[in-house]
Design a binder for this molecule. Structure first.
Ligand code: DLL
Length: 433
């Protein structure tokens, strides 16, 4: 279902005209409101009036997470505090969080983007939306919450945690839409199974899963276990929160990025050169309507590609391919680039192992090693050692064949890999310790 026909199906020529007008406005805004941007643009010799066509975007320098950190906490805000109504912060793995701000108009735009997102999964007024994304500084909970309300749906603001209770609520309150990370969706399925719940009997119809990389194989698994359509949602705090891009339920092929608010580019992360449509590289986004926290050419570090081909759902907005991981969590094992999601796709399609895994990177002498710890099913675990060994070897061979990287597979008992209620911790890098 398309919520905003005018904008989501706008002819591309018109869209480009709108983008240019908005780009000009945002460059002018940050030039006048944010000392950092004024300095950056002056250094690059670009004045706001120099942006005459969309191609002039290329004259603007990139913004990185480090730039935001250097302006900690609030020096990147482009609106005075009396116009700011909300502050979130992205989860940094180390050190201080990265704060982001919203004016009332920004909050309205975000609610609208999340309403579009839910509608892309077929949700409408009358639906009940169970939100297990965390509420707090993380944007997932409140982002989904405001979007569901904007749509006119009823929200159950569960947040993370208390998994058994969540399963009970799903049975008793009958939500039709589930919003959480894909790893938590699987965990709900697992706990539900232990509790003897048959999800085929639940009212759940669609899941809006994101905030971490996952594979198509994982989608198939979640859909089979929870009996719903599983859609991939992408977003990041710096740009908005959830609601930057979403798959449509009609095609489930690529995530429509809301180009009337976000201008996407793909670049080669090594040379920083823009790449043509279809090529895989780092996603760079310019926000063209935000007031409190606009970013010009922000390097997301997320690896994907852009597809401008029309989609059968009727949206004219470009699609990004499913995220393959981040350029900074890409593992380089003896010269081979590997993303956790690639390993995951092999695990999920292997009979006998559960989709709960961790990758342990270590170093022996000068050589990097990658160990894949993955849980086996109860049945396999009680099997003889020989069968277990054959299973491990089989997975090692497949990973070697597909991705040319040698790994050691360690099969572990069911329920020994830590479960997460938010983003799953997939990689443990012992090399840094
Ligand atoms: O994760 C916002 C969000 C909430 C998105 C709920 C979707 C649903 P951050 O905590 O700032 O924001 O983390 C952003 O998470 O740069 C990606 O690396 C990763 N990420 C988000 N969505 C996906 C996805 C939220 N669908 C970072 N696939 C991003 C892969 C994703 N990675």
């Amino acid at each position: 279902m398309i919520r905003d026909i005018e904008n989501e199906t706008r002819p591309r020529e018109d869209l480009r005209a709108l983008q240019l007008q908005r780009l000009q406005a945002v460059v002018s805004r940050v030039y006048h409101m944010v000392p950092f941007y004024r300095r950056r643009l002056d250094e690059a010799g670009v004045k706001p009036e120099d942006i005459r066509t969309l191609d002039d975007l290329h004259r603007i320098p990139y913004t990185t997470k480090q730039d935001i950190r250097d302006n900690y906490p609030f020096a990147m805000f482009a609106a005075p505090m009396d116009q700011i109504v909300r502050i979130h912060a992205s989860s940094g793995t180390t050190g201080k969080p990265t704060p982001v701000a919203y004016t009332q108009r920004d909050i309205d735009m975000w609610a609208e983007m999340m309403a579009r997102t839910l509608a892309a999964g077929g949700a409408h007024a009358g639906d009940i939306v169970h939100v297990s994304y965390g509420y707090g500084l993380f944007t997932g909970g409140l982002g989904a919450h405001y979007g569901a309300e904007r749509l006119g749906a009823a929200v159950i603001p569960v947040s993370g945690g208390q998994t058994r209770r969540q399963v009970m609520l799903i049975q008793d309150f009958g939500p039709t839409v589930l919003c959480c990370t894909p790893s938590f969706a699987l965990y709900l399925a697992e706990v539900g199974k232990e509790m003897g719940v048959d999800f085929a009997k639940s009212k759940l119809r669609v899941g809006i899963f994101g905030a971490e990389p996952w594979s198509d194989a994982m989608r198939t698994e979640i859909e089979a276990r929870l009996h719903l359509d599983a859609l991939d949602i992408y977003g990041l705090s710096e740009i908005l929160g959830p609601g930057v891009a979403i798959e449509c339920v009609e095609a489930k092929r690529g995530l429509h990025i809301f180009e009337d608010h976000f201008l996407p580019e793909i670049i080669n992360p090594a040379t920083l050169e823009p790449l043509p449509p279809g090529e895989t590289g780092e996603l760079v986004i310019t926000t063209i309507t935000k007031e409190a926290f606009p970013l010009l050419r922000y390097r997301t570090r997320d690896i994907t590609s852009l597809d401008y081909a029309p989609c059968k759902c009727g949206r004219t907005m470009a699609r990004i391919g499913r995220l393959q991981g981040r350029s900074d969590d890409m593992l380089i094992i003896r010269g081979v680039n590997v993303f956790p999601s690639q390993i995951e796709s092999v695990l999920v399609e292997t009979e006998g192992v559960a989709p709960h895994y961790q990758l342990i990177v270590d170093r022996e002498g000068q050589l990097d090693t990658l160990e894949v710890a993955v849980e086996v099913d109860e049945a396999v675990f009680s099997d003889e050692v020989k069968a277990m060994q054959a299973l491990a070897k089989g997975i090692e061979r497949k990973i070697k064949d597909y991705f040319t990287v040698s790994v050691k597979v360690k099969l572990v008992e069911p329920r020994t890999i830590p479960r997460s209620e938010g983003k799953a911790v997939r990689v443990i890098d012992r090399r840094k310790m």
